[in-house]
Each structure stands twice: as C-alpha cells, then as structure tokens.
Design a protein around this ligand. Sequence first.
Ligand code: PGA
Length: 251
Amino acid sequence: MRKKLIAGNWKMNKTTSEAEILAGELMKVAGSVDYCDVVICPPFTSLDCVVGVVKDSKISVGAQDLHWEDQGAYTGKISGDMIKNLGASHVIIGHSEQRTYFHETNETVNLKTKKALAHGLIPIVCIGETLKERDAGQTEEVVHEQLEGAYKDFTKDEVLKCIVAYEPVWAIGTGKVATPEQAQDVHAYIRKILTNLFDKDLAQEQRILYGGSMKPDNAKGLLEKPDIDGGLIGGASLKAESFMGIIEATR
Ligand code: PGA
C-alpha cells in the first residue's frame, strides 16, 4: 500500500522571515498529520530556518535542486552534501522550470538523481509533456524518454528510493488542471514503463505524484484515482490553509 504524499514546492517565493512564518503556520495545522506524508521545499536560503521550525514534527523538508558534483568551482550551485547537512531529506529534480529556463536535460536529471541518492536524499523526479507535445500526441513518448533518461543505469533498489512527479507543463501555474482521467492515464502509463524497465513489483511500489494547479477544490478527484499517490503543489502550497486543504483531501 503506497502512502500518499503531499509536497509543497515554494519555488522562488518567501524570504527567510516569511518562510519562518509559513512553516510555523504549517506546524500548527499539519505538524502531527500521519495519514499522509508531508514535505515542504523552500528556497535554499530558507532551508536551515525551516528545518529548525518543523524539526519536532511529521513535516519533512526538501530542496528544489542540487548540483551533481560534490564540491568545487561551480559558482551559484549547491551540493547534495550541503542540503543533507542542513537536515533536509528530499530534493526536487528535473522540474519543468529547470528544464525550460536553465538547460536541465535528461542527462543532468540522471546525474543529479544519482548524486541525491548518494547523499541519502530522496529525489522527487519531475517529468511531463508540454501542451505542444500533448497536442501532437507525444505525451507517452516524452514521459517515456524522460523517465528512462532519469533512471539510466539505476538498480531497482535505487529506483525504489525515488519518487516520481508527473507534471504536465501546460497545467503548471496556469490554473488549467489535468482532469483526474487525463492524469490517471499517464500515471498508469508510467507504471507500465517501470514494469518494462524494471518489474511489476517495483512499478506497483513506486510513488507517483501529480503536479499542476492542484488546489483544495480539485485535489480529491485526482487523489482518488488508483495510480495517483499524492501531489507536488506550487501556488497552493504558499498558504497554510490551501496546502492543508490538499493534505486533508488525501483522507
Ligand atoms: P502549481 O505548480 O501547483 O503552481 O501549478 C506545481 C509545480 O510546479 O510543482
């Protein structure tokens, strides 16, 4: 039985003092939730502070990216070791905004995911098609290529430590949510890919989140689908009330 997981991707929002306030509010409403896993991913600058605020709770903390090297002359980059050392447990990898604006490729997603595991971090690996690709009937092809690329040369044990987030790019930050049926179809297809690449047991065990304009009022329909194991939430994770609304929809 896959436990549901709701992860908040704060993106480039919240100064450290604002992050401290939001994390404090979340502590009050979601700090002892045990019917689903809760992860919040603030910007790097607030990781330390947020880890401190939620430390005695059920809420876990993740980063939004990492570099695939351990250290060195990589101005502006953050290593897995640095993230782990702050007490974070998860890291988002391959988000479509990284792919679109910052040259993320399936190869760098693969390197980053390997490195995250090496540092004991749980990768949340994002995949998903653009509107152009969907309209051209290429959704399955794109998702297949991205997933195969992310897990290239991975052992089953490594894959089992990861989480996949299916995020159709056309639904991210647009208010245009995928219908539960559209999302379910792709989630089921992702399990088919995993069965082909690895095996059926692994495919059944892998947690697959949906991301893209998930809100309290549409979360239930999505989360009820058999292959949707949670959500990666952008906009609605920036307010304690809406994030909690989605957490409650997992019940
Ligand atoms: P959204 O973002 O919920 O604002 O659409 C989701 C994401 O990008 O992870």
